[in-house]
Design a protein around this ligand. Structure first.
Ligand code: NAD
Length: 575
């Protein structure tokens, strides 16, 4: 607790500036309500700087990072953006537009065309034509060249993408620079490698030597091939060469705002590699990197119509989902909208994959190394402001170590720096929209009213923009809404357990089933847990790790279908 003590002497702001999540618990911890360290960096604040973790320092001395803002100059933001249709940018047919803003400052960034039904018609027609005349019949090795080119350009323009993503989304530049953009490029590289090898993927069209159809493969997600393999992620297959499976045609793809570029890459790369053409609908609060990606498609000389980008809100998404010219819908977003889309698509013959919400358990056993587990808990729920579908939003900690884990967690949270997303030292950026901030605030207030103890480290929230401090609830019961509902913000609910069986029961006590984490030094316990946790992804002694070669997806209300890896090809092939 050295750092917290040290920060006490640095009170530099009046009590009313303390983050609203301060509670009696914080006051008890810190002795005086309203004490806090001030940060000299614009918009940035931390209770104590991370170097303080190493050891004690004299109370009252404030050390801090100098501001290290990334320059905005690298990216040129136009005043207006059109829809990307048939290889060119054009206004919406009815001329409608909407603004997109920087959530960290509420500053308007640009006006973006709002696609209506006539634009959806044009986009689907362009995609159909490109599919039939060029892309669907192009040899895989040729398609691969375009994907490699897109990946290389993404790498070349990485800083531009990272800055634009942080401006439009509010996420820290450290994350957009080190996670979102490199992973997006990696996705295109990875699927470029598959484009000319689809007949070896073990998906559909089986006829060649060594390739057998699904004789007994019990798959939890329903796409099985191969020889009796029970596949948890859904595609089991032989290793020989079969017939090249066919693409589906035109894919309508609707994505959320939490990883705007990365979600676009997750959708486009496998669809293009398998010979489909795409109409992509980015989220209304984060359209800019999808439009920059459209520019990259032009730069890569991708044939017109192969990728189309329609900006707009739910109505645009709904028109795309309902369009009769679309063969496949790939949706990532909330469970509520996912259910609506399921109903709209039922009986149409369109193929559907849904990547929906989650309420993951991050389970810490008493033999786990505490500091490592604390890093995993922080990464699990505070990465990307908790705007992560697979966030470890429920911490299940073994009762015997609960006090020490929560104490260390609080110490660690006091070192996190909240503020200017473009500052390279920032850990916690802005909440993406006023609407999302209201939702996080409302659910947190309900958590308190239900009886949980709320705690946040002292930190100053910038005056403009949408901000929420990292928040931990202890004393949470399974019936509380903060333990059941997806908050999609930097809010952790802590529950305890005594035995591994109880941990499994509590972890699975959710309608979702996207991800889970297990922290223990025993390999046998990891396997025991992984077999019992009903989650598409189980991380062991780590959290929020992604790789394009690794399939990702959920069960139950978290959706169905897999993105990433060989399994991700199945979603775009006529298997
Ligand atoms: P959302 O469902 O509100 O919106 C997602 C997208 O769907 C947006 O582009 C939106 O414009 C569009 N949309 C809204 N209504 C629609 C309709 N009726 N028909 C068609 N499209 C419609 O979700 P959100 O708030 O943008 O994103 C947060 C949610 O996304 C969270 O629940 C999160 O868990 C989930 N998510 C899941 C994954 C995953 O891989 N499972 C990944 C990221 C986010």
């Amino acid at each position: 607790m050295t750092g917290i003590r040290a920060s006490r002497g640095q009170s530099a702001r009046p009590p009313d500036e303390v983050a609203p999540a301060q509670s009696a618990d914080v006051v008890g911890q810190r002795g005086q309500r309203g004490e806090a360290a001030a940060s000299p960096s614009p918009g940035g604040t931390a209770a104590r700087p991370p170097d303080d973790v190493a050891g004690p320092r004299p109370a009252g001395r404030g050390w801090d990072y100098a501001p290290a803002p990334e320059s905005r100059e690298i990216v040129t933001i136009a005043a207006e953006y059109g829809l990307f249709l048939d290889g060119t940018f054009s206004p919406a047919a009815d001329g409608r537009e909407f603004p997109t803003i920087n959530p960290a400052t509420e500053e308007p960034l640009a006006r973006v065309a709002l696609a209506g039904p006539a634009d959806v018609d044009r986009a689907v027609a362009a995609a159909r034509q490109a599919y039939e005349q060029v892309w669907g019949s192009m040899p895989g090795a040729e398609r691969a060249k375009y994907l490699y080119r897109i990946a290389r350009i993404l790498q070349e323009r990485a800083r531009e993408f990272a800055v634009l993503e942080s401006l439009d989304n509010g996420k820290p530049i450290r994350e957009s620079r080190d996670v979102d953009v490199p992973l997006a490029a990696a996705h295109f590289f990875y699927y470029a490698g598959w484009a000319d090898k689809l007949e070896y993927a073990g998906i559909g069209g089986a006829s060649g030597a060594g390739m057998t159809g699904g004789d007994g493969g019990a798959s939890r997600t329903g796409v099985a091939g191969g020889t009796g393999g029970a596949s948890r992620t859904g595609v089991a297959g032989g290793t020989g060469r079969g017939m090249a499976p066919r693409p589906l045609g035109v894919a309508g793809q609707v994505i959320p705002w939490n990883f705007p570029l990365l979600m676009a890459a997750w959708k486009l790369a496998p669809a293009l590699a398998t010979g489909n053409t795409c109409v992509l609908k980015p989220a209304e609060t984060t359209p800019l990197t999808a439009l920059l990606l459209a520019e990259v498609c032009q730069q890569a000389d991708l044939p017109p119509g192969v990728v189309n980008v329609l900006t707009g809100a739910g109505q645009t998404g709904s028109a795309l989902v309902g369009h009769p010219g679309v063969n496949k819908i790939a949706f990532t977003g909330s469970t509520e909208v996912g259910k609506e889309i399921s109903r709209a698509v039922a009986g149409t013959g369109k193929r559907l994959t849904l990547e929906l919400g989650g309420k993951a358990a991050n389970v810490v056993f008493d033999d786990a190394p505490v500091d490592q587990a604390v890093e995993g808990i922080v990464n699990g729920i505070f990465f990307n402001q908790g705007h992560v579908c697979c966030a470890g939003s429920r911490l299940l900690v073994q009762e015997s170590v609960a006090d020490i884990v929560v104490e260390r967690l609080r110490e660690r949270l006091a070192t996190l720096r909240l503020g200017d997303p473009l500052d390279k030292n920032t850990d916690i950026g802005a909440i993406n929209s006023r609407e999302q901030l209201d939702k996080i605030s409302a659910l947190s207030a309900i958590g308190e009213a239900e009886g949980a103890q709320r705690w946040s480290p002292p930190c100053r929230l910038p005056e403009r923009g949408y901000w929420f401090p990292p928040t931990v609830f202890t004393g949470v019961s399974q019936s509380y809404r903060i333990a059941r509902e997806e908050i999609f913000g930097p809010v952790l609910s802590v529950l305890t357990f005594r035995t591994p069986e109880e941990a499994v029961t509590k972890a699975n006590n959710t309608p979702y089933g996207l991800s889970a984490g297990v922290w223990t030094e025993k390999g046998s316990r990891i396997l025991w847990m992984a077999q019992r946790l009903r989650a598409g992804v189980v991380w062991a002694n780590t959290y929020n790790r992604f790789d394009p070669a690794s399939p990702f997806g959920g069960y139950r209300e978290s959706g169905f279908g897999r993105e990433g890896g060989r399994h991700g090809l199945a979603a775009y092939l006529d298997a």
